[in-house]
Design a protein around this ligand. Structure first.
Ligand code: FAD
Length: 490
């Protein structure tokens, strides 16, 4: 039996382990932390449980597929429900927009609360579906770096449609051309943050993202986002995958044009026929392979944004809040200018509040809520984070007090904080960015690192820092792409 080593147990690493095991490999996963999941983990604080990283779940079929591939009943491991309400949007002028998952209801709500028509919203969602249908086969399911990916009828059709996909406008430009009302432009510009980008720079093709929520659906996993990690981990165990926790890899060993194995921080060498790397690609070239030339190429790419999160146990129920809530900044352009150009945090940031106890009653005691309060922030460039975090905390609390008319300081029972430095330390994600490289340039998709090495023919890359990009569905897709690239060993 051939042996495969996976470095890292993020969602990309776990799903690769399952796929390799199904191909007949003896799979060993080496993880520096004492737990699986990387960014997709959880925090327990007093009587509260929080999903620590991702909070929005789309394309659950990519998780189900792993169980089906393994001949298991996915429902025995993992279950989820479709959301009826995608998000509650709060504006400083008192407007609240409920984004129903039903496109007709959402369009009606927009017509009632803003100066745009329901017809305009539907047109926008139709365009979003058009972009998805034109591009998903090429960008999400194939390596962009293999010539045969381009030799299919679907790809030919995708390329013909490129001029109609808003690649020559910015996302903000495309949304301004569509909507009259600034509130709607802001709602749809926000989707650039789903891959850590800036809507005032990123191409309008990113208007593909609303399609995932409005047309394909947003979901909540029973037992929370962390159950995505735990169910795939359990599947891997059941398939016989071997996990080595507290095992940091220091080096990938090589001979000629092949990798031979890995070296752990304890100085132990493990041989393998194939290595899959789920670590940030920047870390791979800087530390694991020591390739200054390849590192320079990766180094030149702009990193996606990072996040500052306050996990707060809140001593009150807020009926006006749902699972996903946004309190919008009054100056969105300035906010993104701070994140991507000034590399600072704007004084009036857009605040995202995620409350899983709305669905999962066990996540907070009766009459209380578990608030995951996040703002988008720049990736780590050695800013004065102590000051930035303290100022942001004050600004966030006073904005929540203003918009929800509360005195939040009296309601916070307990607190934990995650910032770009701790994200970097916990997952070795370069500069603490959430989604690898940003998609601010038109060509970003083509320059994101490929899923295989051009130097070593048995080395593959998965996860948010390589093609097709960051976010759970894309990290799962990267594992699916390498599945196709790797030979069966049964
Ligand atoms: C705060 C936050 C909010 C987010 N929100 C969303 C969201 O709502 N929806 C969404 O889809 N996505 C979201 N994301 C992004 C999503 O979490 C990531 O894109 C995805 O989880 C990345 O998975 P990955 O496979 O790249 O691995 P990672 O999660 O980056 O894990 C990599 C793993 O490799 C391990 N590792 C690294 N180097 C080594 C080494 N040398 N030796 C051993 N082990 C090593 C790390 O410890 C880690 O466990 C969010 C991320 C964060 C942090």
């Amino acid at each position: 039996m051939k042996k495969a080593i996976v470095i890292g147990s993020g969602i990309g690493g776990l799903s690769s382990a399952v796929r390799l095991s199904n191909k007949g490999y003896d799979v060993h996963v080496f993880e520096k932390n004492s737990y699986p999941g990387g960014k997709l983990t959880e925090i327990n604080l007093n009587e509260f449980r929080f999903d620590a990283g991702p909070s929005l779940f789309t394309m659950p079929q990519l998780v189900d597929e792993l169980f089906e591939l393994s001949g298991k009943n996915s429902k025995e491991y993992f279950d989820y429900e479709r959301l009826n309400n995608l998000c509650n949007y709060f504006f400083e002028d008192g407007t609240i927009i409920h984004a129903s998952a039903n496109g007709d209801e959402f369009a009606k709500e927009i017509e009632i609360k803003t100066s745009d028509s329901a017809k305009t919203v539907k047109k926008h969602l139709k365009k979003s579906a058009f972009i998805y249908n034109a591009t998903s086969t090429l960008f999400l399911t194939k390596s962009l770096h293999k010539i045969d990916s381009y030799l299919s009828w679907n790809t030919f059709v995708s390329i013909l449609k490129l001029p109609f996909l808003n690649i020559f406008k910015t996302m903000n430009g495309a949304n301004k051309a569509r909507f009259k009302d600034d509130k709607n432009i802001q709602i749809f510009n926000r989707y650039a943050t789903y891959n850590g980008s800036n809507p005032y720079q990123a191409p309008g093709i990113l208007n593909i993202i609303p399609h995932l929520e409005y047309n394909m659906g947003a979901y909540f996993p029973k037992n929370g986002m962390h159950s995505i990690t735990m169910s795939i981990y359990q599947l891997a165990i059941d398939l016989g995958v071997n996990f080595h926790f507290n095992s940091e890899i220091k080096k990938i060993t090589t001979k000629d044009n092949k990798v031979t194995g890995i070296l752990t921080s304890k100085g132990v060498n493990h041989q393998a026929d194939l290595v899959v790397c789920n670590t940030d690609i920047h870390y791979v070239y800087k530390n694991l392979l020591n390739s200054p030339k390849l590192l320079t190429k990766v180094d030149k790419q702009e990193r996606s944004s990072s996040a500052l999160i306050f996990y707060w146990g809140i001593n009150k129920d807020f009926p006006e809040l749902d699972l996903h809530n946004i309190l919008f900044s009054e100056n969105y352009k300035e906010e993104f200018d701070h994140i991507f150009n000034k590399k600072l945090i704007y004084e009036d940031p857009t605040i995202y509040i995620n409350i899983t106890s709305k669905f999962n009653k066990n996540d907070a005691p009766n009459g209380k809520e578990n608030w995951f309060v996040m703002i988008n922030v720049p990736s780590n460039d050695n800013q004065d984070w102590y000051k930035l975090i303290n100022d942001a905390r004050e600004n966030i609390i006073s904005k929540i007090n203003r918009v929800l008319k509360v005195d939040l300081n009296k309601l916070i029972e307990c607190e934990e904080i995650l910032d770009p430095i701790s994200i970097q330390t916990k997952t070795l994600s370069y500069k603490g960015s959430l989604y690898g490289t940003a998609s601010n340039k038109r060509s970003a998709a083509f320059f994101r690192h490929k899923n295989f090495s051009s130097v070593y023919n048995n080395l593959f890359f998965v996860g948010g820092s390589v093609h097709p990009g960051g976010g759970i569905p894309l990290a799962l897709s990267s594992a699916k792409i390498i599945d196709r690239l790797i030979e069966n060993e049964k």
